[in-house]
Design a protein around this ligand. Structure first.
Ligand SMILES: NC(=O)c1ccc[n+]([C@@H]2O[C@H](COP(=O)([O-])OP(=O)(O)OC[C@H]3O[C@@H](n4cnc5c(N)ncnc54)[C@H](O)[C@@H]3O)[C@@H](O)[C@H]2O)c1
Length: 424
């Protein structure tokens, strides 16, 4: 390993590989150096090559090609699509890399166990990007619980408010719209929540049940006269999900308003009014939300029975204005509630004391999953530097249960909410 820096290769140069991990390397040149990159999309590869000054012979058109070569760096970031993670992680582990592996680890439990087996066999760190575990919001909550300030945790109620526009972007028009091409919504979006809620409870899940459906984004809910594409739609002015307004015209969210980062750059890596108009005419993000080929849910509830009789209740909904998480943890001596968007926690004990905790003031920047993205990468870099054997919070060893619970929740939802035991 280079004495001063950790070297990394990045497989997949999209929203995560390029915008998050690549950006981290750009902002922390003293910590991370990108040694090689891989992506089949020429525009993504070229953009990253130029930005990070990677020699052409270290730019690959697939992760497979890159990992077939002798090891090029200390660690690999696997930021390809959900169904590619097991194969790419396996190839990278065999080549000798430590991994920063995007969630979900796999779309089935066998895949998760395979990555775990290979991590043990090759004695490499595999850190799953369950970034919430590193955000000041959840680490503060965990500290409050661990210090016993609300007594024993009996009930956790949590909500993931996906945001109507984010849902339309990613889960109706975008890459996570079909479970067979990516993974069920409760795994793709909410394995984070399963992970962080179980971690906060400090207990193991015993049983799971779930309900939910795709309530709105289907042909039979289309407004009268709706066209196949928003650009052609005579009724789009009355549609909250109009893609032309969101990506092209709005004075808040669009390229015309100067927005060029996610989600606009998913339509085109070089967003201009012209490239975005073309993407709306020709690409998936210009489609009517009632006329897509999506099948994932737009709302789901999950109930988890823990091994000490405490319970977790989780709701995910597309139908919110903003995109954030809320939580209330109820214990035998107090309760604490939080709003991640406001970066704020309120702690009440049952002796009449209240404490307001403003995490913006305490912890500085809250960007990127409430600050979790950057903390996770920093800890990963520090771990590799240290040469220590210990595990990070979101090691593969600690990440399997969340995937198992999410997959069982999906099975329960498809089986009319049957209560299913959690066992490996
Ligand atoms: N940790 C989080 O909070 C978080 C947030 C969003 C997404 N994700 C996960 O991260 C992963 C990437 O998400 P994204 O938003 O960056 O998706 P994306 O579609 O923007 O990026 C994926 C990239 O992988 C590339 N790719 C496809 N096949 C490849 C191959 N064989 N070799 C190399 N690259 C290949 C694609 O061309 C694309 O550029 C997904 O699994 C997603 O579920 C995690």
């Amino acid at each position: 390993m280079n004495e001063n820096k950790v070297t990394m290769v990045i497989a997949g140069l999209g929203g995560r590989g390029h915008d998050i991990y690549g950006q981290y390397a750009l902002e922390h040149p003293d910590e991370v150096e990108i040694a090689a990159i891989a992506d089949p999309r020429p525009d993504r590869l070229e953009l990253a090559r130029r930005e990070w000054n990677i020699p052409p012979e270290r730019c690959f058109t697939s992760a497979e090609e890159m990992f077939a070569l002798p090891q090029l760096a200390d660690a690999a970031v696997i930021a390809t699509q959900d169904r590619q993670h097991v194969a790419h992680a396996g190839a990278a582990l065999k080549a000798g890399y430590h991994l920063l592996l995007e969630k979900p680890v796999a779309v089935d439990i066998e895949g998760c166990l395979e990555v775990l087996r290979l991590a043990r066999q090759y004695r490499r760190h595999v850190v799953v990007c369950h970034v919430l575990r590193y955000s000041p919001f959840y680490t503060t909550l965990k500290r409050i619980i661990t210090e016993g300030r609300i007594g024993e945790v009996v009930t956790i109620q949590a909500m993931e408010q996906v945001g109507y526009w984010h849902h339309a972007h990613s889960y109706v028009r975008g890459n996570w719209r079909r479970a067979d091409e990516s993974s069920p919504m409760i795994l793709a979006k909410c394995c984070h929540d399963m992970d962080v809620l179980l971690w906060l409870s400090g207990r193991r899940a015993q049983r799971v049940s779930s309900y939910g459906s795709n309530y709105l984004f289907r042909a039979d809910k289309a407004p009268e006269g709706a066209a196949e594409r928003c650009l052609d739609c005579p009724v789009r002015a009355d549609c909250p999900y109009d893609a032309v307004r969101y990506y092209l015209e709005s004075d808040r969210t669009s390229v015309r308003a100067g927005r060029v980062h996610w989600p606009i750059n998913v339509l085109d890596p070089n967003p201009t009014e012209e490239t975005i108009a073309r993407a709306l005419r020709e690409g998936p993000y210009g489609r009517c939300v009632f006329h897509c080929d999506n099948d994932v849910v737009d709302h789901q509830v999950v109930n988890i029975d823990l091994d000490n009789g405490a319970t977790i209740n989780f709701t995910m909904s597309a139908f919110t204005e903003r995109c954030y998480r809320t939580i209330k943890v109820m214990g035998t001596r107090g309760c604490v509630e939080g709003n991640m968007d406001l970066a704020h926690l309120t702690l009440h004990d049952f002796f009449g004391h209240t404490e307001e905790i403003d995490l913006n003031i305490t912890d500085g920047s809250m960007a990127g999953h409430g600050g979790g993205d950057a903390v996770m990468v920093k800890q990963f870099v520090d771990l590799l530097h240290s040469g220590r054997d210990d595990e990070m919070q979101s090691s593969i060893e600690h990440s399997i249960e969340s995937h198992l619970v999410a997959l069982l929740a999906e099975n329960s939802r498809l089986d009319e909410g049957r209560s299913l035991p959690v066992e490996l």
